[in-house]
Design a protein around this ligand. Structure first.
Ligand SMILES: NC(=O)c1ccc[n+]([C@@H]2O[C@H](COP(=O)([O-])OP(=O)(O)OC[C@H]3O[C@@H](n4cnc5c(N)ncnc54)[C@H](O)[C@@H]3O)[C@@H](O)[C@H]2O)c1
Length: 337
């Protein structure tokens, strides 16, 4: 079992990933600025194999990396809209912070570095079934920042430093730090609560989707697989069967929650459209997502019906929440309201 540092441990993907790492017997350092609150890692902190550290990837003490064997980097501004709030800040967190963490990890002798990149690096795809070898045409600062860190990892890889890059599809499903800024999640919430679905842009744009549990499984493969199968590799994370046009998603939600009005917002300038091949991760790592979009919609609807979630927690809305914060290093505002 390894000593693993997860940066961005308090986020949507981070919390379930940390729980799984502990279940598998790994030791854990859960590092995060905890912009969305620290309470979601309370359970993780109870483990005698876990240490929770409230630090910023831009200025944490490198001593924290002492003895760490594997780093998983999930930290940063996690969608296009949040990355546009303040471009300089985005460059400093997503590019500067991400590259600093990777360089310090290599210097500290970390063996493996798993980076949570995004399928959005493909941006405006010129054909269907794009592979990891196809050209990336990022359409946003967020996607550019993910690609910049990927490039830096390409430079750092080798000499005992194993890099593994996952280009995740858009994630859906329930998690402790719930995100209602993600397409499936927000469409389901609005349909259930307000009886409306908004389709941004033409609705023709393609996106691949993956359930939160499945993306966690992929990241665990990045941590646990033999080096010869993953080191120096980039993997699209998702399933060939789960590339959808946004208008398809609306129909899936309508199938589960009928009698809902669909509003189109055609002027939304969404130029991102990408339809990917997931052959590599399937063939190399045997990875095949187990949860379909339909099941994710049902899961969220049932959680709403039970009252487990209500969509009222402001931290579920990444852009709006970040707008309400001042994201500067050194400041420690746990309750910004
Ligand atoms: N969720 C998705 O659909 C998706 C898809 C593709 C890629 N990704 C990538 O996966 C990663 C995790 O995504 P997520 O959905 O869990 O996002 P998230 O916003 O829930 O989590 C990101 C975490 O990073 C922390 N963070 C932000 N800036 C920090 C800093 N300067 N120092 C330390 N911690 C900081 C936040 O507090 C938060 O807990 C991100 O890098 C995102 O770009 C996510």
């Amino acid at each position: 079992m390894a000593k693993v540092l997860v940066a961005g441990a308090g986020g949507y993907i981070g919390v379930p990933l940390c729980k799984k790492l502990l279940e598998r017997g790994h030791s854990l350092i859960a590092l995060d600025r905890f912009f969305f609150g620290k309470d979601r890692v309370d359970g993780i902190a109870l483990s005698d194999r876990a240490t929770v550290i409230a630090e910023d990837i831009r200025d944490f003490d490198p001593e924290i990396l002492s003895g760490v064997e594997i780093v998983v980097d999930l930290a940063g501004l996690s969608n296009d809209a949040s990355a546009e709030i303040d471009p300089e800040l985005t460059r400093s967190i997503n590019c500067g912070g991400g590259m600093r963490l990777a360089r310090l990890a290599k210097e500290a002798g970390v063996r493996r570095y798993v980076y949570s990149s995004s399928a959005s690096v493909y941006g405006h795809g010129l054909r269907e079934r794009l592979t990891e070898n196809d050209e990336c045409r990022p359409q946003s600062l967020y996607a550019e920042s993910k690609l910049r860190v990927e490039e830096e990892l390409g430079n750092l890889a080798g000499s005992g430093f194993e890099t593994v890059i996952f280009r995740n599809s858009t994630v859906f499903g329930l998690a402790p730090r719930m995100r209602f800024d993600l397409a499936v999640n927000i469409m389901t919430l609005r349909a259930w609560k307000e009886r409306v679905i908004y389709i941004m842009g033409s609705g023709e744009q393609w996106r691949p989707f993956v359930h939160i549990n499945d993306v966690v499984q992929a990241l665990l493969l990045g941590v646990d697989e033999e080096a010869e199968r993953v080191a120096g590799e980039i993997f699209n994370v998702g399933s060939d069967e789960m590339n959808y046009q946004i208008r398809h998603l609306a129909q899936f939600v309508l199938d589960v929650i009928p009698h809902v009005t669909v509003h189109r917002i055609p002027d939304d300038p969404d130029k991102r459209t990408y339809n990917l091949s997931f052959a590599k991760i399937k063939q190399r790592l045997g990875f095949e997502p187990s949860i379909r979009v339909h099941e994710g919609i049902v899961e969220i609807k049932q959680a709403l019906e039970r009252g487990d979630i209500a969509g009222e927690d402001p931290t579920c809305y990444t852009l709006q929440w970040y707008r309400s914060l001042q994201l500067h290093p050194g400041r420690r505002r746990r309750d910004p309201r």
